[in-house]
Design a protein around this ligand. Structure first.
Ligand SMILES: NC(=O)c1ccc[n+]([C@@H]2O[C@H](COP(=O)([O-])OP(=O)(O)OC[C@H]3O[C@@H](n4cnc5c(N)ncnc54)[C@H](OP(=O)(O)O)[C@@H]3O)[C@@H](O)[C@H]2O)c1
Length: 249
């Protein structure tokens, strides 16, 4: 393991095909980590893995839908098979199709629960047995400012992000015997493809304006991940909540 506590680590990232996951992959690869990238858009994952490899890094792209437990298990098992271990599991895949409850977009509620909550649990299920037997590991779960607050239109999304924090805190307490660290990262508005998941035209337009106005670079997330990872092994950063300086909510 290198001096920065990043070099040489094996890091699995779900939702690595764009936005926060992609930014974290680039940053960690540049600092010497081995990356295992999961998401559904295999073409984007593969070109990212190719780019990181051409720059001298180690990266593997594995098409993964986090709503399928067996696919998440395969992603993590492939990481362990290829690189002999898993040091960090970044449960990042998520979507945010916001709308008022009265619109009854039940399919979108289901989708958010499946990806944002069950996807994280499947990531835990896939990585925990390996980390237990290694007696080391680090979960980094992505929540949101919406995991601390709720406002109209964001009810189900906020519920899923609150759930991520609760799951992470329960996990933190349960994995003490195995020397496993747990970090929740809760970003504010960051410039990614996330607002594209909104189908309600009015909410989408408002969100786009909000993001155009204040969203900050996904590099902010990469820096937060690197900060948590680079602590000495006996230091466990449990939550990072950050926003654009101009963000009120
Ligand atoms: N951007 C923000 O302002 C912000 C703020 C707070 C929290 N977050 C959280 O940050 C995380 C990443 O979002 P982002 O902002 O980077 O948005 P993004 O650019 O839309 O990225 C979302 C990622 O999740 C993946 N994904 C979606 N459904 C998936 C599935 N079923 N299986 C596997 N991967 C799936 C997408 O890949 P594929 O489509 O290729 O599968 C994509 O790589 C999310 O959990 C989001 O809630 C973002």
């Amino acid at each position: 393991m290198g001096n920065n506590n990043i070099e040489g680590k094996v890091v699995v990232i779900t939702g690595a095909s764009s936005g926060l996951g992609e930014a974290a992959a680039r940053h960690l690869s540049a600092h010497g980590a081995s990356l295992v990238l999961g998401a559904r858009r295999a073409d984007r994952l593969q070109s990212l893995a190719r780019e990181l490899t051409e720059r001298g890094g180690r990266a593997l792209a594995i098409e993964t839908d986090v709503t399928h437990c067996d696919q998440v298990k395969r992603l993590v098992d492939m990481a362990v098979q290829t690189f002999q271990r898993i040091d960090v599991m970044i449960n990042n895949a998520g979507l945010m199709p916001q709308s008022l409850l009265e619109r009854l977009k039940i399919d979108e509620w289901d989708r958010m629960i499946d990806v944002n909550i069950k996807g994280v649990l499947y990531g835990v299920a896939a990585a925990l047995p390996h980390m237990q037997s290694q007696k080391s590991g680090h979960f980094i779960n992505v929540s949101s400012v919406a995991g601390h607050k709720v406002r109209p239109g964001g009810t189900v999304y906020s519920a899923t992000k609150h759930a991520v924090r609760v799951i992470s805190e329960g996990l933190r307490q349960e994995v003490k015997p195995y020397n496993i660290r747990t970090t929740v990262i809760s970003p504010g508005a960051v410039d990614t493809e996330l607002p594209n998941t909104i189908t309600d035209p009015v909410v989408a337009e408002n969100m786009r304006k909000f993001y155009d106005d204040i969203a900050i670079s996904p590099d902010s997330f990469a820096q937060a991940v690197a900060f948590a990872m680079s602590q000495p092994p006996d230091v466990d950063i449990n939550e990072i909540l950050y926003r654009p300086t101009r963000q009120e909510f």
